[in-house]
Design a protein. Structure first.
Length: 696
């Protein structure tokens, strides 16, 4: 084993904070690179850093195309990607750690041109001693990739690269830096409110989003801890409802661990508040300010929100609610009470369980408390950070452990969530085999394991908030769809029971049929009929091996869906409201007959009152705004969602596209604008333009 890399001296930009450990390594290079923020990346030499391997290869280039950088970056950063270290066998960088605690681990990747190696074909795993950071990682394009993690360390950190057999691994640069102890808490509130998650120091985190809400890009040069914070505009779902306010003379509370290093002062000085313009309130009455970010739905997430009241004229004027994925984070937040005064920095942490994630999105909202009688209806947010949490396999990329073993055969929630949240009361054998005549066949767990090759990842066809959906084959050769619920979720139990009870009541050509269930060993598994052509959504967005639907097919699918919903609403003494109508929940059989699926959120309609008063559930973009505002559920809520589906089928674009211009972010708003102009044909999917109902 070669000697560990000696610490690199702290850069001038970090002069106000001297990390106990700081390693900046320019991999494969023969000279150092100094960035404009003061960090100096030293070359890795064979004698001091690189462990033995079958082959040690490095290469350099003179220039990197600007197109490789997705954000504006200093030219000095480009120099960091001009060299690369290539690994053809398992190889390790070893770093001694002088102070126990969380450390930033940053991995820099760019596929340089090389005569022998095509970097776009590299496939490898990167891990620490304890946690898998990247599993079977590869690069599909010529963009710079920066992966940033927070890793707990005691005496040393090893960064291990493991090429897949017959492939290779590479790295351009890496960085290990100790962070201030005040920067992260060991506990956080879980959403919805009520529980605390402890022992977060044992969890490895991956930084996915750092947003400067309402403000500009913050580069490492402008931050003491060399962080990058992106503008929030691409993620703001309703920018028309946002007004940016700039404050000054921001104060901190070190006695409450609110120090200047928590976030750059620019974050607290710039705030997004609700606009008072009549235009915004007309197109979306009683709105919340909302930010939507794409995530991987099988993981839990650590979320930090920054606040600073620079908008109020007096204390206790501002009270608002905080929501994460439509769950209450804080009810009636009074910043002047929490921070003791105006213009004082304040932040809070949350843990969002994987079971609360739908559509692979984290949605953060702040909004006013309604019906308070107050003349001040406002809400604010200054900064937002979203980090992925390592799972039961101590992995941030799948379910493989550092030793190569696979944890996927035993479905478990991330272990951190068991610290304080007690799920031991969860029901086992909810229905029992004696009721199989009512609820379909009661499958054994072994039968469903055999049907899916022990729930092999290759059998996964989709992931929902309830859990993963597998395709399987029973012993008699029958193909089925198997939805397996997340372990340890009380909400999951409710959805499991609801879905089975609802499906067992109905039989209709346009509703997916229940075959059976399994609740053995506290499992929550529902078995449905197999739908050969999968979700409608896959056919609208060009999924692999999915043919484009003709206008006639789309029309017939929409008519079939409407008939299925009508049957739900009217086909029983007490109607059923689906509450999650969307294109992923409309399945197509081998003849492209549409069938409505996923009844876990469904509710029986209250015919005497005309509505059901209930917490808002559903999928962002399809959600009925009247239901969202009043929290009163009616059949019309399904009709609204179905209307969004009609637009989606017509236009073949996602219902929420944060990257588009603000007037196009929401499909329903955008389509209605063209409809009111009498020009809806302008946004019709080009693949069906000019087709008639007779066209096939």
């Amino acid at each position: 084993m070669a000697a560990a890399v000696p610490p690199v001296a702290s850069s001038p930009s970090l002069s106000s904070f001297k990390p106990s450990d700081s390693y900046c390594i320019n991999c494969g290079a023969s000279s150092e690179v100094k960035l404009d923020d003061g960090r100096v990346f030293k070359p890795d030499t064979q004698k001091c850093s690189y462990l033995s391997a079958d082959e040690d290869v490095s290469t350099t280039t003179d220039s990197i195309p600007v197109s490789a950088f997705m954000n504006s970056s200093p030219s000095s950063l480009m120099d960091l990607y001009k060299a690369v270290r290539i690994f053809t066998s398992d190889s390790t960088y070893l770093f001694f750690i002088s102070e126990h605690g969380k450390h930033w681990v940053c991995l820099y990747f760019y596929p340089l041109h090389h005569e022998k190696y095509d970097f776009k074909t590299a496939v490898f795993t990167a891990q620490t001693n304890k946690c898998v950071l990247l599993h079977d990682f590869s690069m599909n394009d010529s963009k710079v990739v920066l992966k940033e993690y927070l890793v707990n360390a005691t005496t040393h950190i090893s960064i291990i690269f493991k090429p897949r057999k017959d492939f290779f691994a590479f790295i351009n640069a890496l960085e290990i830096v100790g962070i201030p102890g005040e920067l992260l808490s060991d506990s956080a509130s879980s959403v919805a409110q009520g529980n605390t998650v402890n022992d977060l120091s044992d969890v490895t985190l991956e930084v996915l989003y750092r947003l400067n809400i309402g403000g500009p890009l913050i580069t490492p040069k402008n931050d003491t801890l060399a962080r990058t914070l992106a503008p929030d505009k691409p993620y703001n779902v309703f920018p028309q409802g946002t007004k940016v306010v700039k404050g000054r003379n921001i104060k901190y509370r070190p006695d409450r661990n609110v120090i200047r290093l928590i976030a750059p002062e620019m974050v607290y000085a710039m705030v997004a508040r609700m606009t008072t313009t009549s235009y915004a309130h007309t197109i979306w009455p009683n709105f919340n300010i909302s930010w939507a970010m794409r995530v991987e739905g099988t993981f839990s997430y650590f979320i930090r929100m920054h606040f600073c009241d620079v908008v109020s004229r007096a204390k206790n004027e501002l009270h608002f609610n905080v929501y994460i994925n439509e769950l209450m984070g804080i009810s009636g937040l009074d910043l002047s009470e929490k921070a003791d005064d105006l213009a004082i920095a304040y932040y809070t942490y949350y843990v969002l369980n994987a079971s609360s994630i739908t559509n692979d999105s984290v949605i953060v909202q702040v909004g006013p408390i309604t019906n308070t009688g107050s003349s001040t209806q406002n809400a604010i947010l200054n900064g937002l950070q979203v980090m992925k949490m390592s799972n039961i396999a101590d992995s941030l990329d799948g379910l493989y452990v550092v030793d190569g073993s696979y944890k996927g055969t035993k479905f478990s929630t991330p272990k951190v969530l068991s610290s304080k949240v007690n799920y031991s009361s969860r029901k086992s054998n909810v229905f029992g085999s004696r009721l199989s005549s009512v609820y379909g066949k009661c499958f054994t767990l072994l039968e469903l394991q055999n049907a899916t090759q022990i729930f092999d990842q290759k059998a996964v066809i989709s992931v929902s908030g309830f859990g993963k959906v597998f395709i399987g084959t029973l012993d008699d050769g029958t193909k089925v769809v198997i939805k397996r619920g997340n372990h340890g979720s009380e909400q999951g139990v409710n959805e499991f029971e609801t879905e089975i009870q609802m499906l067992s009541k109905f039989r209709h050509r346009h509703l997916v049929s229940l075959i059976g269930f399994c609740d053995e060993d506290s499992e929550m598994i529902v078995v449905y009929e197999y739908m050969a052509n999968g979700p409608l959504r896959d056919h609208l967005y060009g999924a692999a091996n999915k043919p484009t639907l003709t206008w006639k097919q789309r029309l017939e699918i929409c008519i079939g869906t409407a008939r299925g919903l009508h049957y739900l609403h009217t086909g029983a003494t007490q109607g059923i409201i689906h509450r999650d109508v969307k294109t992923t929940n409309i399945l197509l059989d081998d003849n492209f007959v549409a069938k409505v699926s996923d009844f876990g959120l469904s509710k029986a309609a209250a015919m005497d009152q005309g509505h059901v008063s209930t917490a808002v559930k559903g999928s962002f973009g399809y959600l009925d705004l009247e239901y969202f505002r009043r929290q009163q559920l009616t059949e019309k809520s399904d009709v609204y969602s179905f209307g969004v589906v009609l637009f989606e089928v017509l236009c073949a674009r996602a219902v929420i596209c944060p990257a588009l211009p603000m007037d196009q972010v929401s499909l329903s708003d955008w389509a209605m604008q063209w409809h009111k102009k009498g020009m809806i044909e302008k946004i019709v999917d080009y693949k069906i333009t000019g087709q008639s109902v007779k066209d096939r």
